[in-house]
Design a protein around this ligand. Structure first.
Ligand SMILES: [Zn+2]
Ligand SMILES: [Zn+2]
Length: 384
């Protein structure tokens, strides 16, 4: 079966490295073609609005991948020696990506001028070493340019959704914004409670950022005695809602059963009955699951998150129906507890149970059967 060249369908190291090298050379060719296609704006002939849009449609790429390919091709148009070295297999795609990542638009020209000396010195380096060498060159070039890059031009924040539904956030903040964000993330952090697995600092920052954003959404309008709940349009099959199944956000992102139950536990419900995808049969007015007066009574009783060990203030909290509305749980003080958003989602996860005793003591049981009880902060004097 095997001749001199290893067959590509055999799972040996040589076959894989050979296939990768071939793909790399092909990527170099594609990048050159994309660069030329984009420069001539030929995507316009296919009624696309940009090279990125064209690649998404005709190259079946994700938005992020199409933007990456377009950006790389754009930069390589002015780096002919780099492009040729990649096509010849002297530089790898990983090295080219490392170079492009360092080369900000204003650095392209100085780099192109020095390409004849710089590119040969990068041949044979690992991707990491290429990245490091480029970093040194960029620092040197910036020092020579004598003009510090204005912080203004570095500012940028990117948020994009991945195919699996998660989001990637990255960005560069100027000094003042960075100070504000870092202080908010530090002060807004909630501590771990005994009832939950402890979180890494990075996981804690995710929870804090989501809390801060929710806090903004909850308080963006000053309404007397009311809360403005986050406005998220969720499409759900009626039977799924009653049966604990999931739903989806209108733009298609899928919501788990637990996330959907937590959202509908304290929200403004807006009925929209559809037949098929286009015919609206009935459009109802929105109904708040927890009316403002009841919310105030709940805040007065619970004051902060009632999850064991958590003391998140009421303004960060949501009302949780201990018996969910889909299971005919009533919307009354005897069936509601105040919980912060993170613990609200926790309580809706499979295996977690909460029970509210008549004296407002909350019993929480985790999936391993462990048990915690919390009393309302000032039970007694305030409620008599
Ligand atoms: Zn709930
Ligand atoms: Zn909490």
């Amino acid at each position: 079966m095997h001749g001199d060249r290893p067959a590509l369908d055999s799972p040996c190291a040589e076959a894989i490295t050979e296939a990768l090298a071939l793909r790399d050379r092909l990527d170099a060719k594609i990048t050159e073609a994309v660069g030329a296609f984009d420069a001539a704006e030929l995507w316009d002939l296919d009624s696309a609005t940009s090279m990125t849009a064209w690649l998404r449609l005709h190259g079946a790429m994700t938005k992020r991948e199409a933007a990456r390919v377009t950006g790389r091709a754009k930069k390589l148009r002015s780096l002919s020696i780099t492009a040729r070295a990649w096509q010849a297999g002297e530089l790898s795609g990983g090295q080219v990506d490392a170079m492009v990542a360092v080369l900000k638009p204003e650095m392209l020209e100085p780099f192109a001028e020095q390409e004849p000396e710089l590119v040969p010195s990068l041949v044979g380096l690992s991707v990491n070493d290429t990245s490091r060498a480029m970093g040194h060159w960029a620092a040197h070039a910036a020092a020579l340019a004598d003009e510090p890059e204005p912080a203004e031009s570095k500012r940028g924040l990117h948020l994009s959704q991945m195919l699996d539904g998660t989001w990637v956030l990255d960005g560069t903040l100027d000094a003042e914004a960075g100070e504000v964000v870092s202080t908010a993330l530090r002060l807004g952090e909630s501590s771990d409670s005994d009832a939950e697995p402890s979180r890494t600092p990075a996981q804690r920052r995710v929870d804090t950022l989501a809390d801060i954003c929710r806090f903004y959404l909850d308080h963006q309008h000053h309404r007397p005695a009311g809360r403005h709940r986050p406005h998220v349009n969720v499409v759900v099959d009626y039977e799924d809602l009653a049966g604990g199944g999931g739903g989806r956000v209108v733009d298609g992102a899928v919501l788990s059963g637990a996330a959907l139950q937590a959202l509908t536990c304290d929200s403004a419900l807006h009925r929209l009955v559809m037949s098929g995808r286009s015919t609206v049969l009935d459009y109802g007015t929105s109904t708040r699951t927890i009316p403002a007066t009841l919310w105030n009574a709940l805040v007065l009783r619970d004051e902060h998150c009632r999850f064991p060990g958590c003391d998140r203030q009421s303004s960060w909290c949501e009302g949780h129906h201990v018996v969910h509305i889909a299971d005919d749980g009533p919307t009354c003080l005897e069936n509601l507890v105040l919980v912060c958003s993170r613990h609200h989602h926790r309580l809706h996860q499979p295996g977690w149970h909460a029970k509210l005793r008549p004296d407002a003591t909350l019993e929480v049981t985790d999936p391993d059967g462990r048990h915690w009880c919390t009393d309302p902060p000032r039970a007694g004097p305030l409620l008599v």
